[in-house]
Design a protein around this ligand. Sequence first.
Ligand SMILES: [Zn+2]
Length: 214
Amino acid sequence: MVDAGLLKEVLDIYTMNADYTKGLRQAIGVREFEPFLRCYIMEHQKPCSESHGQTLNDQILKQNIQHIVDSPDDNEWKALLTEAIQQVKLNTRRLVRRQRRRLNRLQMLYGWNIHYVDATKSIISGADDIWAVEVVKPSVRIIKSFLTGESSTEIGSNASEETKMIQKDLWTQHVCEACGNKVLRGTHEWEQHRQGRGHRKRISRLKKSGSLCL
Ligand SMILES: [Zn+2]
């Protein structure tokens, strides 16, 4: 990803002390580079520069950073950069696990007919034609059949009674007062929440302080 220009893209949207909870900056591979970029830009800032904040010429900055990426030496910049790359990998793995759990839930609990498109071959080869055959073509077919009603990601008539019950239950809202009126949809989400560490901690704190009347 770094070789493919990830850092250059990050630099284009980089603003010091930006809000990483909004917009593009939430993406994995952006905020992880913040410590490196902040230190690097501050250290290489020219004192009498007229531009505000990012004083290094973007082009030079990009070249210098590419130099650090390519360099075999271990220095503090390389260490910061390596740390950022490790964080990107870690967060990507976390995201994949979370997404997989969500997809499984949609399939198992709500009976969604989920289609999978495998991009592995295309990513490994880097060839556009493989992307077209392995990813674009099946995606277009799936969307077309969805639009024409041949297949549906909604609950079909063959869905089990249990699935239909769960589907209906999705509209049952639970409000957890202990957690600042957090709203949970359906029994499953509510049970998950009740078993969660944060919720249990809050409940036991409230019990101890005597402010919870059960
Ligand atoms: Zn709660």
